[in-house]
Design a protein around this ligand. Sequence first.
Ligand code: IVH
Length: 682
Amino acid sequence: MNSPKTESAAQRARELREQIAEHNYRYYVLADPSVPDAEYDRLMRELVALEREHPELVDPDSPTQRVGARAAEGFSTVEHEVPMLSLANAFDTDEVIEFDRRVRDTLDVEPVVYTAEPKLDGLAISLRYESGRLVRAATRGDGRSGEDVTANVRTIRAVPLTLRSNDAPDSLEVRGEIYMTRSGFGALNRGLEADGQKTFVNPRNAAAGSLRQLDPEITARRPLRFFAYSAIVHAVSADSTGAGESLGRCQQESLERLADLGFPVSSMATRVEGVDALMGFYRQVQDNRAELDFDIDGVVYKVDDFDQQRELGFVSRSPRWALAHKFPAEEEMTRLERIDVQVGRTGKLTPVARLEPVFVGGVTVTNATLHNLDEIRRKDVREGDYVIVRRAGDVIPEVVRPIVEKREGDLPEWELPAHCPVCGSHIEQVEGQADARCSGGLVCPAQRKRALEHFASRNAMDIDGLGTKIIDQLVERELVQDPADLYRLDAETLAGLERMGEKSADNLVGALQASRKVSLGRLLFALGIREVGEVSAGALARHFRDLDALMEADVATLESIRDVGPVVARHIREFFDEQRNREVIANLLDNGVEWYVEAAPAPQEQPLKGYAYVLTGSLETLTRSEAKKRLEALGARVTGSVSKNTTAVIAGDEPGSKLDKARELDIEVLDEVGLQELLDSV
Ligand code: IVH
């Protein structure tokens, strides 16, 4: 039996929780607080005191329990029941007009009703509510699975722990953006600086860094916010397809319902008709952008009606019913101090602009690639010039042009060095080709480092823990000349390197040991023969099934293999004609590297035998190499170029010329959904 005292305490706790939830709602959702902060704090203090006195009243959903969990070791993985996709981008008016035209053509509706929203520059998050309670929060990750960040998200006051309404769906997923206000970001950085800690470059990075803290206490102190932009009603019964229903009939209604349930939604979201209104919205948001207390990087247009959205469907990783219209890249002026040359794995020289640090597009930029000498000539940039630097979103920074009027005196044109800046070998420049190369081959430490990085990389020998920093030291200390030397390293030597403890040294020795057994295809790819990628390496392995036979093959034989063209055939021959390369291979084998030929799957397990596919563009839910593996496991061939023998081209995001070729030859084109259907159907 509860005593009357407990009874009234329980009653008071309920009242306090309700009041606090109501104040939260007014503050975050309605942006119309009805009490001063001090009053809110007083209610919270009273509730904390009450719960301390009556621990039996503590409820995990109480606002006092936002920081509940202790620091975690790491985040576990969460599969998204419905993949979290991304948006197609537009950078100019024409692309928006084209989008609207496609939508009108497909729907046969005029004009189309859209909901236009700001594109928030934070991190996508998925919030799962069961029976009205927040049970899980997950990051987007690769779209298919993300990280479980529930404990951290619970600390964000703009995220309701319980839904406001009693008639909410039993199982609801809310998606939206976690972000940090600009003012909060400024205060956070000032605090970090005062403590002598590293500051964040922009609110987005600060939000990401704060969300990925293992200790929720730290996240709780970070000024994170949340805006919801979509909802999925999940079926509760176990035998349902789990495909997910929408909340309401259209985007606008869904946003209204979300607000009723207690979620902050952007007050800028507006329903508009036709493409001119979209452009009007874009200009209006752009004009007001500076006044907002949070970063946005564009606006998003969504076909409002959910039936129409379903009719439009998806292409590869993004919906056909939505478009992100990005704001133009930011540009700033700075001084180009000098042009350095970097040497790549195959000796290719890349000029890099070293810039006086400049803050542009949300980060401080100090370097920008200049690609090659032709590009430097075309742009006419010179050392000492003032230049315009541009950066958009996650895109790598680029030097747009020099400001010639500001050029002081007569700056000389930049010239390629005659000798490699790293090893001093002479530079080769082939007539008619833009790229220049260091002729030093593996004598050149820069090439050696990059070649070793490639050798160790995930799709090659997959040597876990052998990263750039370790490789740089191994080469600089002359502990490793070529890949075979890696297999002579012992834990003691490795432990002597910087950033290497005994444990990591042991782990690396283990990883090296594990990598010794390798498929012939991977080994060939790892050797870094020019223009031999994973596809052609696999084709060579399957054709020859033997290393010696491949090493002796003549150019004509090589060319006869699918996926190996005349140029690649020549590179292969040249590679094996080089005595030094033969020695490396012999040393690898002497040091315990053992290759094997992957057994072909049994014929009855090869439903796609005789079919040939070409992959182009980036896929959302799996990498190209995974897609290739899965197709090949079913017996299909995955080739590098489109011909009349190609069954279908699988086009991801930003497909290349292969898609054009497919259209030209009238070859079937599948998007990512089509690929999944194909893989699932067999
Ligand atoms: S809708 C199917 N609406 O932009 C795509 N996304 O490239 C559903 N984002 O990762 C996304 N503001 O995190 C949508 N108002 C908004 C958004 C928004 C920002 C982010 C989102 C997503 C990325 C899409």
